[in-house]
Design a protein around this ligand. Structure first.
Ligand code: AMP
Length: 253
């Protein structure tokens, strides 16, 4: 049976209207609602289903982030994860934490915890990097199955359907492997109140990147962040003749 590590990131809630900081170095996060990255809910759901089907013996969730990231871990525990690891990173160190760092952390924990499967979301909706699964697999020299929309487990192997441009690809990967969850993989469950209460008793281990021997010096510097251009106002035209005139003028309609 497999041991599974799941990456869960605390991000600005998908429904929040994002505001860029006046100095263009990032987005406003203070006082803004945060939630588990939606693709990570799907990753957790898949791991918990594996446990329920007795295909996995233990599911461990890991988050890298400030103290508040513990809430994200608790949500994962309430969804059925067995235990959590909080890799504490906060302040300026967290502002510049990049997928390469998270990948090194996941790779180290995968070895320490002797897991044979890592499931992460296909991308974090805050930085849209879509790099962590790929880099983690590279650091570990494991197989990878990204953008998974269906996973079937047979002895020592997984058959994974991948969402690719304009179609689906089915591949077979050997364990140990890294998977990234796409939108159609499953419908994640809600954490029920009794399970939220039970989750409070589940263990969370705290470590730092330094404990894991991971250097978090930034590799990338964000030079500038811009809001998308605001759309120009449209105009209502009376009839087709007016439209033809406008089109000939080549102006905006
Ligand atoms: P990214 O490569 O940043 O788009 O993130 C892809 C996936 O990696 C996310 O959906 C998470 O599962 C995982 N991940 C990224 N950042 C973190 C983090 N700070 N803590 C835990 N998992 C993370």
């Amino acid at each position: 049976m497999a041991r599974v590590l799941v990456g869960v990131k605390r991000v600005v809630d998908y429904a929040v209207k994002i505001r860029v900081k006046p100095d263009k170095t990032g987005v406003v996060t203070d006082g803004v609602k945060h939630s588990m990255n939606p693709f990570d809910e799907i990753a957790v759901e898949e791991a918990v289903r594996m446990k329920e089907k007795k295909l996995a013996e233990e599911v461990i969730a890991v988050t890298c982030g400030p103290a508040q990231a513990q809430e994200t871990l608790r949500t994962a525990l309430a969804m059925g994860v067995d235990r959590g690891i909080h890799v504490e990173v906060s302040g300026p160190e967290y502002d510049t934490l990049q997928p390469i760092h998270v990948s090194k952390i996941l790779a180290k924990l995968a070895k320490d915890e002797k897991v044979d499967m890592i499931i992460v979301g296909k991308q974090a909706i805050d930085d849209d990097s879509n790099q962590t699964a790929q880099m983690t697999a590279a650091f570990l020299d494991w197989s990878q199955a990204t953008f998974a929309s269906k996973i079937e487990k047979t002895d020592g192997k997984l058959t994974v359907t991948r969402e690719i441009d304009g179609g689906l690809e089915t591949i077979e990967v050997k364990l140990p492997t890294v998977i990234s969850a796409d939108l159609r993989l499953n419908q994640p469950r809600y954490a029920t109140l009794p399970n939220i209460m039970k989750a409070k008793k589940k263990p969370i281990k705290k470590v730092t990147p330094a404990d894991l021997g991971v250097d978090t010096t930034p590799r990338i510097q964000v030079v500038s962040l811009e809001d998308p251009p605001t759309r120009q106002a449209g105009a209502i035209l009376e009839d087709v003749d007016q439209l033809v005139v406008k089109l000939k003028e080549g102006g905006h309609i």
